[in-house]
Design a protein around this ligand. Sequence first.
Ligand code: MG
Length: 568
Amino acid sequence: MKRRDLWYKNAIIYCIDVETFQDSNNDGIGDFGGLLMRLEKIASLGYTCIWLLPFYPTPNRDNGYDITDYYAVDPRLGSLGDFVEFVHAARDYGIRVIIDLVVNHTSIEHPWFQDARSDPNSRYRNYYIWSKEKPPDAREGMVFPGVQNTTWTFDRKAQMYYFHRFYNHQADLNTANPEVRDEICKIMGFWLQLGVSGFRIDAAPFLVEMRKVQEPGVSDPYEYLTEFRRFLSWRKGDAVMLAEANVPMKDIPEYFGQGDRMHMLFHFMLNQHLFLALACGEAEPIKRALYMPPPIPETGQWAIFLRNHDEIDLSGLTDEERREVFAAFGPEPEMQIYNRGIRRRLAPMLGGDRRRLELMFSLLFTLPGTPVIWYGDEIGMGEDLSLDERNSVRTPMQWTTEQNAGFSTAPEDALIRPVVSEGPYRYKKINLVNETRDEDSLLNRVERLLRLRKECPEIGYGDWKILEVDQPEVLAHLCEWDGSMVLAVHNLADRPIELTINLENEQIDHLLDLIGDEVRPPSENGSYELDLEAYEYRWLRCIMKPDYAEEASPLPAEARFPQTRYPE
Ligand code: MG
């Protein structure tokens, strides 16, 4: 195996909800035709992989995560033909597509559930989990506390209770039933055949937990993950699974296995510690989060994100830390949700402060892992707190200053969700066209960082280490791969810092600033002085001494990175 084969390690993933991205037939609902129209822009911004939120037929009571048919496209969004056109066109731009695989539960309107509840002898009865009595733990393990009040709901037709981790209109599938697991593989096989490069596995922990419940004492409940991976890799060798597994660190190895289970996991712990670090103006929480997980297999990778389509889950912090993050980024009760998180977008959380936005994007692109960006965050979109629960961050993409932000020409009241049209994040002010035209915009800075990230494969493929510096406000870390090295420095504080970095042991001849064009030789004792403004960040390519890692690459640094020659 060559590291370069592991495409997902240096991908830039862009997360899109088809429904709110671009409408092409003016019914107020985003669709695959619209997505296809916007593909040039997505490609030009530099994203290399698109993750699509669920687009399957759905009553749409949980943003499409309540599915009634796994083998089709919701007719509001297009047809299977439109889907294939999109995947094909994306591939022509060098963009891979991964899709949400939501197999923890189905909508209760799914024909399987309807059949199962109607007839005790239905072949689908055992696709779900039933109980004659309401189990005593029915108030435990709810995913949406405060909104949901049970995990077992009585079904009149079946005269039984059915189990649901999520809302009562989403019945859990019984993954302990081998027929259900066969079905899951069939679903993956179907979409692989239509050209996708993998799956984002929704609610992965509940898939395996089912087995613990149904088969107490089973030796390895995580074996399903190996089963799914084996199938995936057999059908398509370079397809990947990216799991949503917000689990304790001790369970992480079960999800990666020996490199034979999930390829990627979202780094939920790092996500909440990034915001904690910014709230307290110190780098320590980021360091702590980076060191928290046990080492992962060589083929494993972390997916790093700032915001996603859900709330920021702060349940991995202590009560005091959570209070600190709430106070800094979501102080009002309406900004908080489920007793654990914040339902705001990135830009308003950071008070629209350009310096802090850039800092966070720079961290996203330099921390060891694969960056994942939620559509709209790259232009600094805001949220709509008048919408229910997590829908606050799922408003239509703001393209232009035209009607409905260029999302749709349907009448305003026909839109799937209202466009943000008031306040500092209104579409007349914050939109992709403005951000593209203004060369000093956030978008253009994000695009530049994104391009730099692609030029620094060390970050995705390589090993990393945190450098000890005297100033607790600063995170300095090195990424190294194939004989080359990048140093990233981030000042989390709201004041300037004079920094000395000791690189005596690193075989570095000189540093080249990748954002400015400063070239820095070391001082006599091998240390480097940096003056950082408040929230400033630097990316520095390390030009190694001639005898460093001679065998790693046949080319000298100057040949591999033509701009790096140190002036004579
Ligand atoms: Mg439409």
